[in-house]
Ligand binder design. Structure first.
Ligand code: PMP
Length: 405
């Protein structure tokens, strides 16, 4: 199957009206996802997990089926380990507020990588401020590699928690999660993985990786906006206090207090996004039907084509590794003398959608010595012709801004 075949599944891609290469920000949604959400409202619209009448039971069934689909997708041992949230940001905050605040003390160390998205940095800054723990950074090479010596020096007896992205949203590099988990566990620390940019592009196996927590968003995986996932090991989740309190997450309530519901509902306060969960399950089935082997091969070929051509454009610098296979479809770059907002506007005038700015990773950009960048990010449904159009337009930008070349 070619990208053109896959594009028939997407309302916004069928007509080839726009070159959408901002997939790391959010992916496009196929018909099957939109239909799954609609199907939920048409066949099971009642408040799930509450009523004892057939419609509410049907809503609960669709919601809990979706949880099982996610469980299998990331190879969790139990569906109790899958918490539905709004997005990666909420999942990471849940861990920070619930696990972080109750388990960290003054003098403990939290290790994060310098390439974290603000969503996997600010929650740990908050935990450090409130508990007196110290935040330490793993500094990568210019290519985005985290060398063994850096990991070994940073993860010590004092480390209580390591938070790291599996794939950087700027450099696209894949971080050595397995090694980090091994080192952290040897020191008795837990590992929180931000899989926002990995789960849509490669197989993720939480059991094989032995991670303690892992977060991702439905919308980057072609699922609906407003549904996200937190995986947590059952024994850790069991001991953690709820993040949000209120309806649906209790077992019983008195005037003075409450006993909380069992996992996973202890962490799902209020009316849940059941239609979103059903949509996410449909997106996962869609990904599984295509297969990660195909997805990865197609995305790598697009990245290779883009990088080989962009490297020939004078005054253009690609961030991260030389090799396209170390980019997970993400190509961030700068053009000397042109602000990324201008790059993005010029590309947009040619019908090409990219992201410009600091990409919610300001410490990384500052560390790399670039204050902002333009990012193209590819998905298996992008075509070689779209890559060509993007590179041709990019190659003209300096001239269009009035430079000689
Ligand atoms: N982490 C990474 C690596 C990301 O790329 C993003 C999204 N840009 C997030 C976290 C936050 O995702 P969301 O906005 O869906 O919470």
């Amino acid at each position: 199957m070619t990208a053109y075949d896959y594009r028939q599944d997407f309302p916004l891609l069928r007509e080839n009206k726009t070159v959408y290469i901002d997939n790391a920000a959010t992916a496009q949604r196929p018909d099957c996802v939109l239909e799954a959400e609609k199907h939920f409202y048409e066949t099971a619209n009642a408040n799930p997990l509450r009523g004892f009448y057939p419609l509410s039971l049907a809503a609960t069934e669709q919601y809990e089926e979706a949880r099982k689909t996610v469980q299998k997708f990331i190879h969790a041992k139990s569906s109790k380990e899958i918490i539905f949230t709004r997005n990666t940001t909420e999942s990471l905050n849940l861990v920070a507020y619930s696990y972080g605040l109750s388990n960290l003390r003054e003098g403990d160390e939290i290790v994060v990588s310098i390439m974290e998205h603000h969503s996997n940095l600010l929650p740990w800054q908050m935990v450090a401020r409130q508990t007196g723990a110290v935040l330490k950074f793993l500094e990568c090479t210019q290519e985005g590699t985290l060398p063994d010596e850096v990991l070994e020096a940073a993860i010590t007896e004092k480390t209580k928690l390591v938070a790291v992205a599996q794939v950087s949203n700027v450099l696209g590099c894949v971080n050595p999660v397995e090694k980090i988990v091994k080192l952290a566990h040897e020191k008795g620390a837990v590992v929180v993985v931000d899989a926002a940019q990995s789960a849509p592009h490669m197989p993720v196996d939480v059991t094989a990786l032995d991670v303690d927590f892992l977060a991702f968003s439905g919308h980057k995986l072609m699922g609906p906006m407003g549904i996200g996932v937190l995986y947590g090991k059952e024994e850790l989740l069991e001991k953690m206090p709820p993040f949000l309190t209120g309806g649906e997450m209790i077992s019983s309530v008195t005037r003075e207090g409450a006993t909380y519901a069992k996992l996973p509902h202890k962490f799902e306060a209020g009316t849940v996004n059941a239609a979103g969960a059903a949509g996410l399950a449909a997106a996962i089935r869609y990904v599984e039907k295509i297969g990660f082997d195909t997805i990865m091969a197609k995305e790598e070929a697009l990245t290779k084509r883009a990088m080989e051509r962009l490297k020939k454009v004078p005054h253009l610098h690609i961030l991260g590794d030389e090799a396209p296979e170390n980019h997970t479809g993400i190509v961030a770059f700068t053009i000397e003398g042109v602000h990324p907002h201008d790059v993005s506007e010029i590309l947009s005038s040619d019908g090409i959608d990219v992201r410009a700015g600091h990409h919610c990773a300001q410490p990384l950009l500052e560390y790399l010595g670039v204050h902002n960048a333009t990012r193209a990010s590819f998905m298996f449904y992008n075509t070689p012709e779209e890559v060509n159009a993007f590179v041709e337009s990019t190659a003209q930008i300096r001239r269009r801004m009035g430079y000689g070349e």
